[in-house]
Write a protein that binds this ligand. Structure first.
Ligand code: FES
Length: 207
């Protein structure tokens, strides 16, 4: 597998690694695709809302460690509003790219940063716990990467329809019967959605 020099540098000498004592917010996320995990810790200035310190722990692969390293560099010194705009695509670009099958690793790191920010905002009354809706489902589906091309399934227009009624999520997919990733994607969709208590049943239809 071909990694850029930047990925290798950040993997071998990661920045901002370690558990933080008394963080203002933290989040841990796992990747359904591989079972790996990342934790992000934040120290936020109460007045300015600037991320004064940030660190991470990773139980993930090289790409995951490299992305967590670069994304924590990118977020440090930024306001929460600025840091909210950092996406996995930005992190991947800053690393000079990742092999397509490794894109989900950067999604995991970026997602954990966003969850830590969200946890800070909820704990400090800056936002309400969001209601579960079709938008939540779409946001989750945007985190699922089709490994062959390293793009998310929404961007690739693989999702035809999203429905949510009486606790049941219905998703119509636009994937060929013989697609080798079909079962993996279906499993990932389930793992992403079943963590929400509002979701009682998940039905995924393929053509
Ligand atoms: Fe699991 Fe990279 S393979 S995070």
């Amino acid at each position: 597998m071909q990694y850029s020099q930047k990925v290798l540098d950040h993997f071998m000498h990661p920045h901002n690694v370690g558990k933080m004592e008394n963080p203002d917010a933290t989040a841990t996320e796992g990747s359904p695709a591989c079972g790996d995990q990342v934790t992000v810790y934040l120290k936020v200035n109460d007045e300015t809302k600037i991320i004064e310190d940030i660190s991470f722990l990773s139980y993930g692969c090289a790409s995951n460690i490299a992305t967590a390293s670069i994304i924590t560099d990118m977020a440090k010194g930024k306001t929460l509003e600025e840091a909210k705009k950092i996406t996995w695509r930005d992190a991947m670009e800053a690393l000079d790219g990742l092999p397509p099958v490794k894109v989900h690793c950067s999604v995991l790191a970026a997602d954990t940063l966003q969850s830590a920010i969200s946890n800070y905002e909820i704990a400090h009354g800056l936002k309400e716990v969001p209601n579960f809706s079709k938008e939540t489902i779409e946001q989750e589906l945007k985190k699922i990467i089709y490994p062959q091309v390293g793009e998310d399934i929404i961007a690739l227009k693989m999702v035809k329809y999203i429905g949510f009624k009486d606790g049941e999520v219905i998703i119509d997919m636009n994937m060929m019967k013989f697609d080798q990733w079909r079962d993996n994607i279906a499993d990932e969709i389930k793992e992403h959605l079943q963590k929400y208590p509002e979701v009682k049943k998940i039905t995924i239809n393929f053509p």
